[in-house]
Design a protein around this ligand. Structure first.
Ligand code: BF8
Ligand code: SF4
Length: 653
């Protein structure tokens, strides 16, 4: 890992880090300086799966290991460096897949309750998507009501988690060739929970001792995430809350308002936040806010909850993962409402220095020092109003040390798979045809999914933004989710004007004609499933091969840090996508394990992992892969012929 020179490229972040330092507040940026990563653990060479250890089996650096040394490099139970690295790696997959899938389960439960009329306030908002899913899953439509159909769909979705045999229903969405490959390699997941539990079993002391066999189970559980838990979360959320359509909003800490009650929604599940949006708009709450001296109620989001309510309601984004503490440091946040995942335990401590209330809402995620207002889905509006009221009542308690950075940018979000389809093909001939055509004729070189976290181990946002700029400059259309999307939005890349400013000539022309930015925001991290669907739609539209692995596409998580990112990366690889990670790589302690992931998987899945912390080099690895795929498809010459005469301009899109 290279030493970073500055903490962030984002002026608002730097401004708030300075304010925190001045006020004697410790943040993640300070803690990272004191706590260096353990080099043995970082390489995947530390096992603490039983109480005879922890056992450390580091690979000696800078020299080739002899067979004799390798034989001796074992844990107390005899576990080899390979087994230990593979076990650690797939336990990360299990953690990530569990997080996404438990989110999906929660959505399915609420979905059923809503359809049964047991969760007042929630309605089926996207009837078309409900009926499409009913057809896909063989749920009877006839003259049944939407709610009757939805009960059956919700129950089928919920059963996917506990399914014991057969395979997940959504696998059938993948290109046929991919499905057959998964079956042939024995990685078609049976049930979502089952694959995750099996990882925990197989990595227990003394069970699976074949690193290839272990890694294959990691693949199976990751597919259960991307084509299972995450896809269920996205689909059912769309039906329940509406499928996103393009929406204009703003991003960065400058969206906080000095004269309004600021409520930040942080975490991942949109179940409660959807209701908070409704509660904050209610006349009763606005009146109450005014009675306390505020001009209104201002909602803003952090992390993936932010992406969810941005995509569907245009609620502005306050910032990404590394900005959560800094939002409180503004002194202007009345309440930060959290649910699950990516929430720093330091928040209540920092909040103590201001008036901010940290409100936990999930029985799964409580925090010492926070107020707990449990989200009751059967009476959600009441829970939401209680949260909003708590924030409003806190407004008069603001201190004097308020400073909101001015920094904010416009962005357009809401690019669901359906939206891209309509935008490109029109409502009556919705298709990916124009995208495929523009890839085939070379105006668009390929498509890259740039996703994932922030890591404090690298300069905040820098790796994302540098990589994305390099990709679009080279005519690669970028699609995004998660904290990475917010980094690009803050850098002004998610507005249509960014095409002329940053994109290569071919990509810029297409973006200008369609009226889209060169970087498309597709949602939260569970919405990476939208990218799988988009890739499959490209395959099905024809002309670009017959599997995802034939497409000129690549993926990256350049500032990753979470276990969820590893699960996502693994299901992209298993789906046939070349996937580059930055920052650090968690299996460098075993050459065999790393080679298996970086080389053997390409032979097996057509997609593979790669590691490159330098964002420009990583972008070029992706471009090289895209060019390799273009060549295999026989469309590599097209780019050379792109001259943009008037006739070509006219026929564009
Ligand atoms: O699920 S990108 S830091 S917020 S893990 Fe977390 Fe990573 Fe952000 Fe969203 Ni995803
Ligand atoms: Fe050590 Fe084996 Fe126990 Fe791991 S499982 S801690 S390698 S003895």
């Amino acid at each position: 890992m290279a030493e970073k020179e500055i903490k962030s490229i984002d002026p608002a972040t730097l401004e708030m880090i300075a304010k925190a330092t001045e006020e004697g507040i410790t943040t993640v940026f300070d803690r990272a300086e004191k706590m260096k990563p353990c080099p043995i653990g970082a390489d995947g060479s530390c096992c603490r799966n039983c109480a005879m250890g922890p056992c450390r089996v580091p690979l000696a650096k800078g020299k080739e290991e002899t067979a004799e040394e390798k034989k001796k490099r074992r844990g107390i139970c005899g576990a080899t460096g390979e087994t230990i690295a593979a076990r650690n790696f797939i336990r990360m997959v299990a953690g990530g897949a569990a997080a996404h899938s438990d989110h999906g389960r929660g959505v399915a439960e609420l979905f059923i309750a809503a359809a049964k009329g047991e969760a007042p306030g929630y309605l089926i908002r996207d009837e078309q998507k409900l009926l499409a899913l009913a057809l896909e899953w063989g749920v009877k439509i006839g003259d049944r009501s939407n709610n009757e159909i939805a009960v059956d769909i919700g129950e089928k979705a919920l059963a996917e988690f506990g399914r014991q045999e057969g395979e997940l229903l959504f696998l059938k969405r993948a290109p046929l060739k991919r499905q057959e490959l998964w079956r042939k390699l024995g990685v078609a997941p049976r049930g979502i929970d089952r694959e995750i539990v099996e990882i925990m079993h197989r990595t227990h002391m003394g069970v699976d001792q074949d690193y290839q066999n272990l890694l294959q189970q990691g693949v199976r559980a990751s597919i259960a995430d991307g084509w299972g838990g995450s896809m269920i979360a996205t689909d059912l959320q769309d039906i329940l809350f509406g499928t996103p359509a393009p929406v204009l909003s703003k991003v960065n800490l400058g969206v906080l308002k000095e004269d309004e009650v600021n409520i930040i929604i942080h975490g991942h599940e949109p179940l409660l936040s959807e209701m908070i949006v409704a509660a904050a708009q209610s006349p009763e709450m606005i009146e109450l806010a005014k009675s306390k001296g505020a001009k209104g109620i201002n909602l803003a989001g952090i992390c993936c909850t932010a992406n969810e309510i941005l995509m569907r309601h245009g609620v502005p984004l306050a910032g990404n993962f590394l900005q959560q503490e800094l939002a409180i440091v503004t002194g202007a946040v009345e309440a930060m409402v959290v649910d699950v995942q990516c929430i720093m335990e330091s928040l209540p401590d920092i909040a103590q220095c201001y008036h901010t209330k940290i409100i936990t809402t999930s029985p799964k995620a409580k925090m010492k020092g926070a107020v707990h207002i449990e989200f009751d889905e059967h009476d959600a509006l009441r829970s939401a109003k209680e949260v909003v009221r708590t924030a409003i009542e806190n407004f008069p308690k603001r201190g004097k040390n308020i400073h909101i950075p001015q920094e904010q940018h416009d962005l357009i979000a809401g690019f669901s798979h359906e939206t891209i389809n309509y935008l490109l093909g029109g409502l009556f001939r919705a298709s990916y045809r124009p995208l495929n055509d523009n890839i085939i004729n070379g105006r668009i070189r390929g498509v890259a999914g740039v996703v994932g976290c922030n890591s404090v181990r690298v300069t905040h946002d820098d790796i994302h933004v540098t990589m994305i700029k390099e990709l679009i400059k080279n005519d690669v259309l970028v699609i995004q989710t998660g904290c990475s999307a917010m980094a690009a939005a803050k850098a002004g890349l998610m507005v249509p004007e960014a095409a002329a400013k940053y994109a290569g000539e071919g990509l810029a022309e297409v973006c200008e004609t369609v009226g889209i930015p060169p970087v498309l925001h597709m949602g939260s991290c569970v919405d990476n499933s939208r990218i799988l669907i988009a890739a499959t739609a490209m395959v099905k539209d024809g002309g670009l091969g017959d599997d995802i692995s034939d497409l000129p596409v690549a993926g990256a998580a350049p500032e990753w840090m979470s276990e969820k990112a590893i699960s996502i990366g693994q299901y992209f690889v298993a789906s046939g996508v070349y996937t580059v990670f930055g920052v650090t790589w968690p299996t460098t302690g075993s050459k065999e394990v790393t080679d298996y992931l970086f080389k053997d998987m390409e032979e097996m899945y057509g997609g593979m992992w790669a590691f490159e912390p330098d964002p420009i080099k990583a972008a070029h690895l992706m471009i090289e892969h895209i060019d390799k795929k273009r060549k295999a498809l026989g469309i590599d010459k097209a780019r050379e012929r792109v001259l943009y005469d008037m006739e070509m301009r006219r026929e564009l899109v």
